[in-house]
Design a protein around this ligand. Structure first.
Ligand code: SIN
Length: 290
């Protein structure tokens, strides 16, 4: 295995403060995810708490907050600390334009996110991140976990020759692909954009792999056959390299905030015919750049 760099950013564990506003951040794995304890997101965070959460987000990429009994307003207020809210791509008529319902039950024929992906990468400016708050977990009491994969490490673990090959390539991300076999809602303008295959995180500058199965149609500089083979190899690398992954087991009231710029996720649908329900709010991002 090639030598790879672990997170360059200092990890945050505990930040003791005498005024009682401290909280703890416990890593889920050495390279991805952390559980944050001691914060009540129904309350406004202090500037110091907000700064620490932002640091933890950049260091761990996926933050898990337990036992949060949130209204939509609480959820939106917390999301807005990270930037303007990102509208839902194809909102259901009459619904809140910033809240995506994630719902599955015995009548579901498919569920959102059941495969490795990043959200909305066909957009010119995909979201910075998403916050999903689940209020219902499968009745069986298990199943419905979400897996996350660290795209910095996915890049770092490639061979030097493969890194050199991918540098400078661009890929088309096509918003029509996830709708294959279905009709997008009337008026939905399907996004299609070209992004570098290797991009830099806009806040940390760290490189990462930026292609994903549901949205990436092809690598522009390669023939179709070459592009399919390279993308398939990269997706297998992402799916099979467990060192890149962390797993979140949900409870009612869990909120998870992931960095959509450097993490892919996979909502595992292993609980049919049971039900699972939550609400997701995303934050605006910027154009991915090499
Ligand atoms: C998604 O945002 O893709 C769904 C995530 C989940 O249901 O865990």
């Amino acid at each position: 295995m090639e030598q790879f760099a672990l997170d360059a950013i200092e990890r945050l564990t505990t930040r003791p403060r005498e005024d009682g506003t401290s909280f703890t951040v416990d890593p889920l794995t050495p390279v991805l995810g952390a559980e944050v304890s001691g914060l009540d997101l129904t309350k406004e965070l202090t500037p110091e708490q907000t700064a620490d959460i932002k640091r933890a987000f950049l260091a761990h990429h996926v933050l898990v907050f337990r036992d949060q009994q949130l209204t939509d307003e609480d959820h939106k207020r917390f999301a807005a600390l990270f930037g303007p809210l990102h509208p839902v791509a194809a909102p259901v008529d009459g619904s809140d334009p910033y809240i995506l319902e994630i719902s599955a039950d015995k009548d579901s024929r498919a569920v959102a996110g059941n495969g490795w992906h990043a959200d909305g990468t066909a957009d010119a400016e995909p979201s910075l991140g998403s916050m999903l708050h689940l209020t219902r977990i499968p009745e069986a009491g298990s199943g419905g976990d979400t897996l996350f994969a660290n795209m910095h490490l996915a890049y770092d673990m490639l061979s030097p020759a493969m890194k050199t090959f991918l540098e400078g390539l661009t890929a088309v991300h096509d918003g029509a692909l996830p709708w294959k076999g279905q009709t997008p809602p009337a008026g939905y303008e399907i996004p299609r954009n070209e992004h570098p295959v290797v991009v830099r995180h806009p806040e940390t500058g760290r490189k990462l792999l930026f292609v994903n199965g549901p949205y990436t149609s092809h690598i522009v500089q390669l023939s179709r056959g070459e592009s399919d083979a390279v993308l398939e190899m990269l997706y297998a690398h992402i799916a099979r390299t467990h060192l890149l992954h962390c797993r979140v087991r949900w409870q009612p009231g869990t909120l998870v905030f992931w960095d959509n710029r450097c993490v892919q996720h996979h909502a595992v649908w292993d609980y049919y015919p049971h039900s699972r329900y939550g609400r997701r709010i995303a934050v605006d991002g910027t154009r991915p750049t090499a």
